[in-house]
Design a protein around this ligand. Structure first.
Ligand SMILES: [Fe+2]
Length: 238
């Protein structure tokens, strides 16, 4: 459904459109200057999303070279570990405290480099090779606004997103979605995953377990629990 955009959102979009060139600091400054409020994004909230989708994902705007989405996070909602494909610039504006993990790819291997949460009001920069996961490990619903853009592409700026799904031993590419346990028709390509170190896997399984519990995915849960039991918390460095 198309909802009318508030003046704040229209001005934000107009300001981005008016830039001859955009980078992460330009888009962050524009978002900062518009001070979006909950009422600007309320019509796009989607907490009653399908169980097949591990968070609410609503498109607010897309003109080909940039798009704006609202993600809605209820308790237990999480992304898989993912990057952002063709995205050249962008940001996430958080309306609540989001659990966040930041990774780095070093010689084809995933490294966990930061466990700091996103705080309400924070603007975090995004580009194609940013590899992270985020979600809601609290009991309160919240939303986050995501902007993905390109100075060179005219369509599908977030396509070719790489999504790591260790619970299925694979890495997939998508048009931009990073759902856990996602439908096959969202996957563009699929390859076997390289081994992921136990610290990352343990942390990841702990974060996504509530989503699989909520959806009663007993087979995935059984293998996840076996892994967690055999790889105790003593292995985890904070
Ligand atoms: Fe992301």
């Amino acid at each position: 459904m198309n909802y009318p955009l508030t003046h704040q959102l229209q001005n934000l979009i107009g300001d981005i459109k008016n830039q001859p060139f955009v980078d992460n600091s330009i888009v962050a400054n524009i978002v900062q200057s518009h001070k979006l409020a909950t009422k600007d994004v309320e019509p796009f909230m989607l907490f009653n999303h399908s169980n097949k989708e591990s968070y609410g994902r609503t498109l607010i705007f897309d003109n080909g070279n940039f798009k704006i989405l609202l993600m809605s996070w209820k308790a237990g909602d999480f992304t898989a570990i993912h990057n952002h494909g063709f995205t050249e610039w962008g940001c996430v504006y958080t309306f609540g405290e989001a659990t966040h993990r930041l990774y780095e790819i070093e010689q084809n291997e995933l490294k966990l480099i930061q466990k700091d949460n996103f705080q309400a009001g924070q603007i975090a920069s995004v580009c194609g090779d940013l590899t992270h996961m985020m979600g809601n490990a609290s009991s309160e619903n919240f939303v986050t606004l995501h902007i993905y853009g390109s100075n060179t592409r005219k369509s599908n700026v977030s396509a070719n997103a790489k999504v790591y799904v260790p619970e299925f031993q694979k890495v997939v590419t998508t048009m931009g979605s990073a759902f856990l346990n996602m439908d096959k028709d969202l996957m563009l390509t699929e390859t076997p995953i390289n081994e992921i170190n136990s610290e990352i896997l343990y942390d990841y399984f702990c974060l996504v377990k509530p989503y699989y519990e909520r959806n009663k995915n007993t087979n995935i849960l059984a293998s996840m629990e076996k892994y967690l039991k055999n790889n105790g918390s003593s292995k985890i460095k904070n």
